[in-house]
Design a protein around this ligand. Structure first.
Ligand SMILES: *[C@@H]1O[C@H](CO)[C@@H](O)[C@H](O)[C@H]1NC(C)=O
Ligand SMILES: *[C@@H]1O[C@H](CO)[C@@H](O)[C@H](O)[C@H]1NC(C)=O
Length: 298
């Protein structure tokens, strides 16, 4: 096994080494290249946003190794998107179809080993996915849907959680019922352990939908009662969606700013921004500060 233990000092030195590494990765044999790809994940964690100038090269490597070394590619993508959020935006449309293909392939081969990692990388994309979430929506809802009985429960749970994290970043609009239906099936499905997860995610939908949610309340409430669930958030949102006379278009804004929905939306957004905070950038803690780095293959 190739082990690489380096103690170089400042990140600026790393930046000088990067072109050499990229060249090696371009020309070397597959095994060594994949090994270096794994090391890149640690390097990105360390160098953070200074990696910006190498982003196109790194993504080219991700594209060329995607099918042979999916796991290291997903790990690297995750780190890159945490470190370089805004720069990453432009590449999201070409990356998301790869995630869809990965999900489809997992379903076809019944091998879900990379799926948790893929969902993690997807969530790490953060606000960069906003305009493009719909590209992965269908694949995600398929993972959630109990009609696809082969999907392992654990995978389904991860997908429901990913959905919960991705929803606030998208324009739900016309997708509301496409998202709600599989969740409602889970709520009333065979797995007790997924009901609460599903209802939590349904509540996120509800917050985004406002009074439009009222339409779905009766059927959801029936399922909640059937399974003897107590869910304070759902009850609060259900009442809010009924309690107020639906606004006509012209006073919708007034209604929103004065109603209970405003605070629900605030809570949800606060939860989003306090969620996973990426590690502080070492460059900001002290620019020339020298640190010993040890990059070691697992
Ligand atoms: C690696 O090769 C690709 C094409 O095969 C090229 O576009 C890219 O610039 C190369 N990167 C480096 C760092 O040599
Ligand atoms: C599932 O896929 C992973 C990664 O591609 C692979 O390492 C593993 O051997 C596969 N498992 C089975 C049972 O085929």
């Amino acid at each position: 096994m190739f082990t690489w233990l380096v103690s170089l000092t400042c990140s600026t030195i790393w930046l000088q080494v990067m072109p050499v590494l990229l060249n090696i990765m371009n020309s070397t044999d597959e095994a060594l290249s994949v090994q270096l790809l794994c090391e890149m994940e640690n390097l990105v964690k360390y160098v953070r946003q200074h990696m910006r100038r190498f982003l196109p090269d790194l993504l080219a490597l991700v594209h060329s190794h995607w099918s042979t070394a999916t796991a290291p590619c997903l790990n690297l993508l995750r780190e890159l998107s945490i470190s370089l959020r805004d720069d990453f935006k432009a590449y999201v449309p070409e990356l998301l179809p790869k995630f869809v293909a990965l999900i489809t392939e997992a379903e076809r081969t019944q091998n879900y080993s990379n799926l948790g990692r893929a969902l993690g990388a997807l969530e790490a994309l953060g606000t960069a996915v906003t305009e493009h979430v719909h590209l992965v929506l269908h694949a995600l809802t398929r993972l959630i849907n109990p009609a696809q009985s082969a999907t392992p429960v654990e995978t389904r749970r991860l997908a429901i959680r990913s959905m919960r994290k991705l929803l606030p970043r998208m324009e739900l609009g016309g997708y509301a019922s496409a998202v709600l239906h599989p969740l409602m099936k889970v709520l009333d499905g065979p797995h007790d352990e997924l009901r609460r997860e599903a209802l939590d995610t349904i509540c996120v939908c509800a917050v985004l939908m406002g009074t439009d949610f009222a339409l779905f309340v009766p059927i959801i409430r029936k399922a909640v009662q059937r399974h003897h669930m107590k869910h304070e958030w759902f009850e609060r949102l259900a009442q809010a969606s009924y309690g107020v006379k639906p606004p006509c278009m012209s006073d919708a804004e007034d209604w929103e700013s004065t109603s209970a929905w405003a605070s629900e939306v605030d809570n949800l957004m606060a939860e989003q921004t306090t969620a996973p905070v990426p590690a502080a950038d070492p460059g900001e803690r002290g620019h020339g500060k020298c640190v010993h780095v040890s990059l070691r293959s697992q």
